[in-house]
Design a binder for this molecule. Structure first.
Ligand code: OFO
Length: 173
């Protein structure tokens, strides 16, 4: 049975994953409305991934005898001024989530809940990947700057990346 402090911390993380899913959906929708098909597909898929992260936590809390709470989600930003800012926000958000996960792991350690600590290792590894991905994309965008042709190719490449990873076996399941 999960202890109350850990149950509360996991519920907080459920809420963080729901907010991430919402924010990425807002980014996808903004990019879609601006004609960036690749970027919008990328964020639609990131949004789905975050929802899967949330679900995994919901199921885990309930399996361990706790009660996972479905959170209210604050309205995310609607307007983004450019792609570089979108990806900077994406990176900043992932860095924050990494920090939350590390704090959660620490709470488990303090409470000697090694089962949950072990469960969270999947999230630790996932965060390394997501931060690295966000940094790589952001570096590319900084090189491109305002060059319209460069942005066109960027959008095409990121679409390819999304299609290829969607075709790969799902490691999030
Ligand atoms: Fe990338 O945030 Fe979920 O864990």
């Amino acid at each position: 049975m999960i202890n109350k402090q850990i149950e509360a911390a996991l519920n907080k993380q459920i809420s963080a994953e729901a907010s991430a899913s919402h924010l990425y959906l807002a980014m996808a929708s903004w990019a879609d409305s601006k004609g960036y098909e690749g970027v919008s597909n990328f964020f639609y898929s990131q949004s789905d991934e975050e929802r899967q992260h949330m679900l995994k936590l919901v199921k885990y809390v309930n399996e361990r005898g706790g009660h996972a709470i479905v959170p209210a989600v604050k309205e995310p930003l609607k307007i983004f001024d450019c792609l570089t800012h979108v990806f900077q926000d994406f990176l900043d958000h992932e860095v924050r989530v990494t920090d939350y996960i590390n704090k959660l792991v620490h709470i488990c350690y303090e409470n000697r809940d090694y089962t949950t600590q072990n469960f969270l290792q999947w999230y630790v590894a996932e965060q390394i990947e997501e931060e690295a991905l966000a940094r790589t994309i952001l570096d590319k965008l900084k090189l491109i700057g305002d060059d319209k042709g460069g942005l066109y190719l960027f959008d095409r490449d990121i679409n390819q990346l999304t299609v290829t990873s969607a075709a790969a076996p799902d490691e999030n399941a």
